[in-house]
Every structure is written in structure tokens, then in C-alpha cells.
Design a binder for this molecule. Structure first.
Ligand code: PLP
Length: 400
């Protein structure tokens, strides 16, 4: 068969997460769903805000069908973009307009379009591990190279590694806060320091180094003191890749946006390249109905108190068992040290208790596992005694 070998491989090999997710479904049929503790996938477990369904009903009832379901402008409906930009000005004091926004089919599309828009021959994009597994697929798909750096011991950026890794080939730094898979959030000082390094290196090499901020978890933080800085307020050459998948609990609807900071060097040209990349990838005109739903529900979230309760229960329960966990300020993932060096072997042992965890090797971080806690709270309550048994197998000491 004459095929693109790389695409064939990507399409025929499932990701580790999908592999475990499929296993969970099969195992659930064998022993009952309630007896399988599937912590594999980041599928929101809290219903969408009521306003999402209400808006859909209202739009369907009140808008002529042809207008509602027809194409919008390639970059998204103008009214939708203006409404979202207005919210960004109000919520974050960001000096942006609808003309800086490009509506997309979720963060995956926001990222692929951005990499295609920026990439020139020989370009590299830097990110910090642990990172979302698809970054490598998206960056390489655009013909660039992903350079993954280790984070510091708190999973915050390692600034000296960053200084050394930036070269004339560096087109951008990709960050994701709140982070999948660690739940870590970058605070204001961190963002200021990142901006300082990128500004200095941009000057040194005489070209802008972009800061690309992947933000599907922007609103998912659980403590009053946790503030997620709005990137365009801190660094001019920045691009935000946003998605409503998690905030509105609507990942299947495929809606998000790219925000090109209007203060970026040649911002209009960058925006044009985003439009060009969207066109070349066949992404023109994100789903029309959901563009309007996104505009009407922008800034709302599903009931985050459920995730907060899950986070607290899980973090306290696991640390009490003796497991070493990174405190997750946001998103709905908990990053836990594997109780043995080989995280795959640890996950296999956990499987004996029907606890399905994801080894973090594919997130670029060996010796850890990811636990997605976007599940029913009851699932966590029932899983904790099993985690305690697992901890005992490794001789971990109960700290409760
Ligand atoms: N980026 C991160 C960090 C994610 O966790 C995800 C999805 O889980 C995506 C991007 C893709 O999001 P979307 O469903 O909006 O394409």
C-alpha cells in the first residue's frame, strides 16, 4: 500500500491513555462498571452549565435555520468574536478585539493551526515536561521539532535549562497552565520571569520568540489564592490557544479559539498566517451553532466544586497512604510518584485492584503516574481503600 507511513502509524497505534480507556470498558463488561476504577481519561464528569443547553434551545427556536447552520466567516462569526473579546477585556483587562480572535475546533485545532502558522524550516518549539502527549504529534505534524525540557522539582519551569535550550532555531515556548498531566499552575512571578527570558533571547537573536499558551483548563482552579495570569498582559509576542472543552464540559462539541496578541511584532501578519494555516488544514469555520453557544456562555464553568472535592479527597487519601503526590492547583489530574521506578510495572500492579492509572512516560516524565479525577466522587471514595492495599504491597507507611 502506498501510504504516508507516519500517518498510518499514528492512526493504527492507540495512545496509552486510549488503550487503558478501552481496557476499562472491556473490563467493565466482564466484572461490572462499578468495580472498575478508571482514572485514565480527561473526559469532564460534571454536566455542562444549564445555560449551554438553554442557549442551544433558544438558538434553535429563535434563529432561522439557514442562518443558524450556515457557514460563518472562515475565522468565525464577527459578532461571536467581538463578544468574546469584550469578555476578555472585562475579565482580564486584555487589550484585544474580535479581529485578534480566530474560532477553532478546540485546543487541538488551535495548537495545530498555530504551529503551522509560525513554522519555518528548521524551527523548534520548546516545552517543559511533563507535557500533553499530543504536543509531539502536533509540532512534528507541522514539520518542526519539539524540544522537551525537565521542570524543577516542583514541576515549575527550570529557568537555567530554558536559557541553555533557546537557540536561533527556537520559534516558541509552549506552556500549559493549569497543566495536564500535573495540575500545576504557573503564578505571576513565573510568567514574568518567562517573559523576561524570552524578551532577552528575542533581542539577542534579533527575532521574536513566541510564547504559546495552551489553556483548556484556564478556569479550573480550586483555591482562592490560585490566579492564572493572562499571558497577553505579560508578553507581547504571545498566542493563546483556548478551548471550551473542559470549562463548559463539552469536549465533543469541538469549540475554542486562537488569540493573537495585537501587541505582537507584525501581529496582523501573524493573524493572517493563522487564517492561512486554518485554510490549508481545512479548519475554516468552526461549528457555527457552537460558536454562538461559546459566545453566550464564555466565562461560565461547569460545577467546579465537584472537582475540588475530588481533588481534596484524592490528594489527602493518597498522601495518607504514603504515596508522594504533587499538589494539584488546577485542571483535574493528580500526578503521583510511582512506588517503583518503572511506572508501567506499577500501573500493572494497580490493575490487580482494578485501579487504572496512566504511566507518565508518554508525558515525558518517567517514574510518575497520572490520575484523572474527573470521575464520580463515589469512585474515589471506593478506590481509596484499594490504593491503601496497593501502598501496603510497597511497604509505604500510612500517615493518617
Ligand atoms: N491541550 C491539553 C493540555 C489537553 O489536555 C487537551 C485535551 O485533553 C487538549 C489540548 C485538546 O483539547 P480539545 O479537546 O479542546 O481539542
Amino acid at each position: 500500500m502506498m501510504l504516508n507511513q507516519k500517518m498510518y502509524e499514528l492512526g493504527s497505534k492507540r495512545s496509552v491513555i486510549r488503550e487503558i480507556f478501552e481496557y476499562a470498558k472491556k473490563r467493565g463488561e466482564e466484572i461490572g462498571r462499578e468495580n472498575v476504577f478508571d482514572f485514565s481519561i480527561g473526559n469532564p464528569s460534571v454536566p455542562a452549565p444549564e445555560q449551554v443547553n438553554q442557549t442551544i434551545k433558544q438558538l434553535v427556536d429563535e434563529t432561522p435555520s439557514v442562518a443558524l447552520h450556515g457557514y460563518t466567516s472562515a475565522q468565525g462569526d464577527k459578532g461571536v468574536r467581538e463578544q468574546i473579546a469584550g469578555n476578555l477585556r472585562r475579565r482580564f483587562g486584555a487589550q484585544v478585539s474580535g479581529d485578534d480572535l480566530y474560532m477553532t475546533c478546540g485546543a487541538a485545532a488551535s495548537l495545530t493551526i498555530t504551529f503551522h502558522a509560525l513554522k519555518e524550516d528548521g524551527d523548534e518549539f520548546i516545552t517543559f515536561a511533563p507535557y500533553f502527549t499530543e504536543y509531539k504529534v502536533f509540532v512534528e505534524g507541522a514539520g518542526a521539532k519539539l524540544v522537551a525540557l525537565s521542570s524543577d522539582k516542583n514541576l515549575q519551569p527550570d529557568f537555567s535549562a530554558l536559557e541553555q535550550a533557546i537557540t536561533p532555531r527556537t520559534k516558541g515556548l509552549l506552556i500549559n497552565s493549569p497543566n495536564n498531566p500535573s495540575g500545576v499552575v504557573y503564578g505571576e512571578n513565573t510568567v514574568k520571569k518567562l517573559a523576561e527570558v524570552l524578551t532577552r533571547k528575542s533581542q539577542e537573536y534579533g527575532k521574536p520568540i513566541f510564547l504559546i499558551s495552551d489553556e483548556p483548563y484556564r478556569e479550573l482552579v480550586y483555591d482562592k489564592q490560585t490566579v492564572v495570569p493572562f499571558i497577553t498582559n505579560y508578553y507581547p509576542n504571545s498566542i493563546v490557544c483556548y478551548s471550551y472543552s473542559k470549562s463548559l464540559s463539552a469536549p465533543g462539541e469541538r469549540i475554542g479559539y486562537i488569540l493573537v496578541n495585537p501587541q505582537a511584532e507584525n501581529a496582523k501578519a501573524v493573524y493572517a498566517a493563522v487564517c492561512g494555516a486554518g485554510r490549508s488544514l481545512g479548519y475554516v469555520c468552526a461549528p457555527a451553532l457552537f460558536q454562538r453557544v461559546a459566545a453566550a456562555c464564555d466565562g461560565l464553568t461547569a460545577d467546579l466544586s465537584v472537582y475540588k472535592r475530588n481533588r481534596d479527597l484524592l490528594y489527602e487519601g493518597l498522601t495518607a497512604c504514603g504515596f508522594e503526590c504533587v499538589y494539584p492547583d488546577g485542571a483535574f489530574y493528580l500526578f503521583m510518584k510511582s512506588a517503583e521506578g518503572d511506572a508501567y510495572a506499577f500501573c500493572e500492579r494497580a490493575k490487580k485492584y482494578e485501579l487504572l492509572l496512566v504511566p507518565a512516560d508518554d508525558f515525558g516524565c518517567k517514574g510518575y503516574v497520572r490520575i484523572a479525577y474527573c470521575v464520580q466522587t463515589q469512585t474515589i471514595e471506593r478506590a481509596l481503600p484499594l490504593f491503601a492495599k496497593l501502598a501496603k504491597e510497597y511497604g509505604l507507611t500510612n500517615k493518617s
